[in-house]
Design a protein around this ligand. Structure first.
Ligand code: HDD
Length: 699
């Protein structure tokens, strides 16, 4: 056998180097591939061997360095919220809030503050799908002139537990079960519902979690909440309680459960892709930042405790005042460096904002800093560019793993008097402008003996759960009841199902009856309550469907137009233009990715191949085919399914006359959402909820 060496780089070497290389700034202006020590690499295809077929030599530092680095590429994923997507943007203040907060970010109307926002699911690992039934994280890092302020919230305004000490139990119960390692990214299993059934304080959050809120259509169409009550502090030291809200300019929209499940298979990256592509095409998502600001007197007038994170203040009781907007206008350059390494921490606040005594918030203040050390490996994680404040950082904290800074001077302690000797003594405290904890916190709550105790004012676990359920539209109530039936049907242990039902009886007897019926179980006795249940007024602002913020536009949406050879050219082109003119994205779906030939002989390229582009990926669809095209598609199950799902998911469907046989085969019964192509732009702004009882049995 010949032992002659083969040069595998011949002909392609230069290009390969440019694609994979670390750019090195050598004087000839070329981008040369180098090692991490800056040594140019001559061959990136072959190890150094003793002879062409011999063993590898240990001296091959190019190989060793490359493999060593690769072996260590992964870092521990987040213990929760591991799956996330993020973007850069800015916050723009509408009007000065100087009367209630001295925070620099809230002083000057029109001023923009850079930020980085990461959305996430909670339970699944970093490689899990984007669309489980799950709460979504909504974390914003504001790079203010006074340091970083992190508002680390969710898309639901309440939480499962009142005290942070229960967080590890909650998360253990929802994650994969301890012995079997499944299910991934799902709450529909015994251990989660076991824990929940034993924690009646979770009931309000469970109502939200089983509602359409945990099935957001996209990350762009969901709200965000700071959840806890925080404090704003003005220049005179006066404190005001505050709750933070993010309201999407895109409107609120969710998916239908069956659709969500199918999206998970069709595109596990559905929401990540949606966010990235929207920003890429210049369709920048926006949220308004709103506050509910109130004083102690208002807090005292409420029938619940504002320090209890399982409670909201309904907007009808205290309107949300919009104070600015967040625009996400730039995708990360590198997923790992930015989205993965970003380290949020609710303890990152700035002068003018302070914590309340909420025991959930207080426990969080420790956890996040601690977890970053595990995840990012060094106390210097704040020096990673995505975490670094955009204002000066000066202190005497020194050294540690991966120290990137080179502090100058002799003094690394404070106080020191080296400046008196003409040397640089370093930074000093700033009593006037530095962060000082608001003493108001002590007055808010009685201080007394050291106690492990839950205050009486936290005891009502059902009134707001009831209020939430009763505020929903009929269709949403049915979705919620069906979600409970679905989840509890996955619970094998009957005593757990029964205990959940006992808690639900306290929320609403009708809901309990519907769920029990869906499980073919008896409605049990209501569980004991720690406080009387109050009938609060419904809050229509909590609805998605027919609520004040329901999405009603095709702007920013994605619409699938199914075509085949022979589709009418005028009809297709008119519809594509109408969608684009209204601000939507029209995607041509065809049996073959190369496209089709239209009736006038013109070619039309496809954006997606039919089998890989099911209608679940679109907000509404059109089927524009000729008689012949229709006959062809009727023998293709993906085409029939395309229409059947669009109809079942209550979407608008526009169709050519010739498409009727395909629609009939897919079981479409004409209604106001089934329209002629000319009416599509209007029809596609919404879903057709009235259709739902005709296509689905709901609890
Ligand atoms: Fe948490 C991450 C939101 C309670 C402990 N949390 C994390 C993230 C969000 C939230 C959005 C992901 C941030 C990112 O994108 O990197 N967490 C919440 C909300 C809570 C909450 C809204 C209640 C109102 N969390 C909570 C408690 C504890 C934690 C009570 C612990 C006592 N959370 C963590 C953590 C994480 C985290 C383990 C995992 C990764 C990280 O912090 O950076 O420390």
């Amino acid at each position: 056998m010949s032992t002659r060496a083969i040069d595998t780089t011949t002909g392609t070497g230069g290009e390969t180097h440019q694609q994979v290389g670390v750019k090195s700034d050598h004087s000839d202006g070329e981008a040369h591939l180098t090692t991490n020590q800056g040594i140019r690499v001559s061959d990136n295809q072959n190890q150094l061997k003793a002879g062409a077929r011999g063993p590898v030599l240990l001296e091959d530092f190019v190989l060793r360095e490359k493999i060593f680095h690769f072996d260590h590429e992964r870092i521990p994923e987040r213990i929760v919220h591991a799956r996330g997507s993020a973007a850069h943007g800015y916050f723009e203040l509408y009007e000065s809030l100087s009367d209630i907060s001295k925070a620099d970010i809230f002083q000057r109307a029109g001023e923009k503050t850079p930020l980085f926002t990461r959305f996430s699911t909670v339970a699944g690992g970093s490689g899990s799908v984007d669309t489980p039934r799950d709460v979504r994280g909504f974390a914003v890092k504001f790079y203010t002139k006074e340091g970083n302020w992190d508002l680390v919230g969710n898309n639901i305004p309440v939480f499962f537990i009142q005290d942070a000490i229960k967080f590890p139990d909650l998360i253990h119960s929802v994650k994969m079960e301890a012995d079997r390692g499944y299910p991934q990214a799902a709450s529909a299993h015994d251990t989660f519902w076991d824990f929940i059934s034993l924690m009646p304080e979770s009931t309000h959050m469970i109502m939200w979690a089983m509602s359409d809120r945990t099935l957001p259509r996209t990350l762009r169409t969901m709200e965000g909440f700071g959840i806890h009550t925080f404090l704003l502090v003005n220049a005179e030291g006066k404190t005001t309680f505050v709750k933070f809200h993010w309201k999407p300019k895109q409107g609120l929209a969710s998916t239908i459960w069956d659709e969500t499940v199918k999206i998970a298979g069709a595109d596990p990256d559905f929401q990540r892709r949606d966010l990235f592509e929207a920003i890429e095409r210049g369709d920048f998502p926006e949220w308004e930042l709103g506050i509910q600001a109130f004083d102690q007197e208002f807090a005292d007038s409420l029938p619940f405790d504002v320090l209890d994170s399982t409670k909201i203040i309904p907007e009808e009781m205290l309107p949300v005042r919009m104070i600015g907007r967040m625009v996400l206008d730039r995708n990360p350059d590198n997923f790992f460096a930015e989205t993965e390494q970003v380290a949020y921490c609710p303890a990152n606040i700035v002068p003018g904002i302070d914590f309340s005594n909420d025991p959930l918030l207080q426990g969080r203040l420790f956890s996040y800093l601690d977890t970053q050390l595990k995840r990012l490996g060094s106390t210097n994680f704040h020096q990673i560019p995505i975490n670094a404040p955009k204002c000066p950082v000066m202190n005497f904290q020194r050294d540690g793993h991966m120290q990137m800074q080179v502090p100058k001077g002799r003094a690394n302690y404070e106080p020191n008097s080296l400046s008196e000797a003409g040397e640089d003594g370093g930074p000093r405290e700033c009593p006037m402008t530095g962060f000082s904890t608001s003493p108001g916190r002590a007055e808010e709550d009685e201080q007394g003996d050291k106690l492990r105790i839950r205050p009486e004012s936290f005891a009502d676990h059902y009134s707001q759960a009831r209020m939430f359920f009763r505020s929903l539209d009929d269709a949403e109530q049915a979705h919620l009841a069906s979600a409970l039936v679905f989840e509890l049907s996955k619970v094998a242990l009957e005593h757990i199902r029964k205990r959940v039902l006992s808690n639900i009886v306290n929320v609403d007897a009708d809901l309990a009856a519907r769920v029990a019926n869906g499980l073919a179980m008896e409605v049990p006795e209501a569980s004991a309550t720690a406080a009387p249940i109050q009938d609060m007024d419904p809050s229509p602002a909590l609805r998605i469907i027919s609520g004040p913020r329901e999405r009603a536009t095709i702007e920013g949406g994605k619409f699938g137009v199914l075509v085949a050879d022979g589709s009418d050219a005028d009809e297709v082109n008119a519809l594509l233009s109408a969608i684009e003119d209204a601000g939507g994205s029209a995607l041509v779906i065809a049996p073959k990715i190369g496209g089709v030939t239209l009736s006038d002989g013109s070619p039309l390229k496809a954006d997606g191949q039919l089998a890989g582009s099911p209608s679940v990926l679109f907000d509404a669809v059109a089927v524009l085919v000729s008689d012949e095209g229709c006959q062809t598609l009727m023998t293709e199950s993906a085409a029939v399914q395309f229409v059947m799902d669009a109809f079942g998911h209550l979407k608008a469907i526009a169709h050519s006359d010739a498409a009727k046989p395909l629609l009939e085969k897919a079981g479409v019964k004409p209604d106001e959402g089934v329209v002629a192509p000319a009416d599509f732009a209007d029809a596609a702004t919404k879903r057709y909820w009235a259709r739902e009882p005709k296509v689905r049995m709901l609890a």
